[in-house]
Write a protein that binds this ligand. Structure first.
Ligand code: ATP
Ligand code: MG
Length: 436
């Protein structure tokens, strides 16, 4: 393997102190901390490397024989932040069940409505989570704890953790939430407190650096294929029919690409990673026209962050400071109408935006299995005194990853890859961009 020109990412996991307490778990396979997971990471997994690979050590997830926290004296809390994603309730349930039944932890507190739940001025009650009251929550989408956006002071959050005597905080959320978790870890360390902070990364877009798979992605793809199927029926139901489906993917088009592979009827896929132009012989509008004249219908899937350079840069942000995206599908629809009208051609377009339906459904079986692993491993990590880290799947293994690595960079679709070539073969869109 060639020596890398790039700095080796630091995969060391912080601990609160030595683990000296015998675990109550009877487990045949405790993790041996002296034997890290050694994984060859490719340039696609470590977005910053150009066609390089790197051999990295990761800390393996799983139960440890010795714990830092004494289970009967340990108090945990769970908070969920950011947007909805299938599987959040499954993760909550897995954390509660693992804590109670396997470690004998007596108290798991649910913080209501995201980080706001820590702040007294909002006046939210705590929700004590027990095996009884979480037993069926995985059947529902959303989060039973509620969520919110908007910054909250890490100092006030740690004040609240101290008042509640919380030893372990589980934080479920997206990139913003993981930054908030980092800020909480810094504040805890500044105060020299022994509170473990464990993240469970949530992004339906599957666009986190290093992380092979985020929970909810598989469900999202499955639900997206239903919308694509409907749009296909609409498109083929009329001559010169166009089905346009908007899918999630603010920065990265993973859902749209994977759903396109699952539903090969898609003719045009637009993602943030691949810029396109509307006009000219080689532009999108002429390509759609050629497809319609050739086949009588067209099915277009557009990720919400596609074609950003074609929209006026939005200055509007949400409460957490995330830029509100412009409406690329609205613009595309307007441009198609104008194009076909100007050329005196018929066109019947149906637009489907399934985003909120996709976000709010319960997780599918594959995601449920994964959420179960995440919840269990989050508890194992916390009890061993790990902090400032997330649990996740890297390649085929469950591992610990420092929060800094998760928040440092985003993962994008590599449009110079075999995967993308397959996606493009599935759509056949390139054929229509070339005048015939
Ligand atoms: P998603 O992107 O899936 O909606 P998210 O976790 O990125 O999830 P945000 O609303 O951006 O959602 O952030 C969640 C919470 O984390 C918010 O309360 C936000 O204010 C807080 N947060 C975001 N960035 C930071 C940061 N750099 N420092 C401290 N808190 C932050
Ligand atoms: Mg975010």
């Amino acid at each position: 393997m060639a020596k890398s020109r790039h700095a080796v990412p630091d995969t060391t996991i912080r601990t609160l102190g030595p683990a000296k307490i015998g675990t109550p778990l009877r487990h045949p396979r405790y993790v041996d901390e002296t034997r890290p997971l050694k994984l060859v990471m490719t340039s696609e997994e470590l977005c910053e490397l150009d066609n390089e690979t790197m051999l990295l050590d990761f800390e393996k997830a799983g139960p440890r024989e010795k714990l830092y926290f004494d289970p009967p004296k340990t108090k945990c809390a769970i908070v969920t932040c950011g947007g909805l994603c299938p599987g959040i309730n499954d993760v909550i349930r897995a954390i509660v069940m693992e804590s109670h039944y396997h470690y004998g932890i007596r108290t798991v507190l649910g913080i209501r409505n995201g980080l706001r739940g820590f702040i007294p001025k909002y006046g939210y009650d705590l929700k004590e989570l027990t095996p009884q009251n979480v037993s069926s929550i995985h059947q529902f989408g959303g989060t039973i704890l509620g969520s919110s956006r908007g910054p909250q002071d890490p100092g006030e959050i740690v004040d609240s953790l101290e008042r509640m005597n919380v030893n372990v905080l589980f934080v479920i959320g997206g990139d913003g939430t993981m930054r908030a978790a980092s800020a909480i870890v810094d504040e805890v360390e500044r105060r020299r407190r022994k509170i473990a902070v464990i993240g469970i990364p949530k992004t339906i877009d599957n666009d986190i650096n290093f992380i092979t798979r985020t929970f909810g992605f598989d469900t999202a793809v499955e639900k997206a294929t239903e919308a694509i199927q409907c749009a296909h029926v609409e498109a083929t139901g009329m001559d010169m029919g166009i089905g346009l489906v908007k899918l999630m993917g603010r920065e990265a088009g993973f859902i749209a690409a994977q759903a396109t592979l699952a539903m090969q009827e898609v003719n045009f896929l637009l993602v943030p990673e691949e810029p396109f132009a509307f006009d000219g012989e080689r532009g999108l509008l002429m390509a759609i026209e050629r497809r319609l004249l050739h086949r009588g219908h067209a099915l277009i899937v557009c990720a919400e962050g596609a074609g950003r350079d074609l929209l006026e840069e939005s200055r509007r942000t949400d409460a957490s400071g995330n830029v509100r995206l412009g409406d690329i599908c609205g613009l595309l629809a307007d441009r198609m109408k104008a194009h076909f009208a100007a050329r005196n051609l018929e066109m019947n377009m149906k637009f489907i935006d399934p985003s909120y339906i996709i976000r709010s459904v319960p997780a599918n079986a594959g995601d449920r299995v994964y959420c179960g692993f995440l919840g269990q491993h989050a508890v194992h990590a916390a009890m061993a005194g790990k902090t400032g880290m997330v649990v996740t799947q890297i390649k085929t293994s469950m591992a610990h990853l420092p929060l800094e690595l998760v928040t440092s960079k985003r993962r994008y679709l590599n449009t110079d890859s075999d995967y993308w070539s397959s996606v493009m073969e599935a759509t056949g869109q390139q054929n229509y961009f070339i005048a015939q």
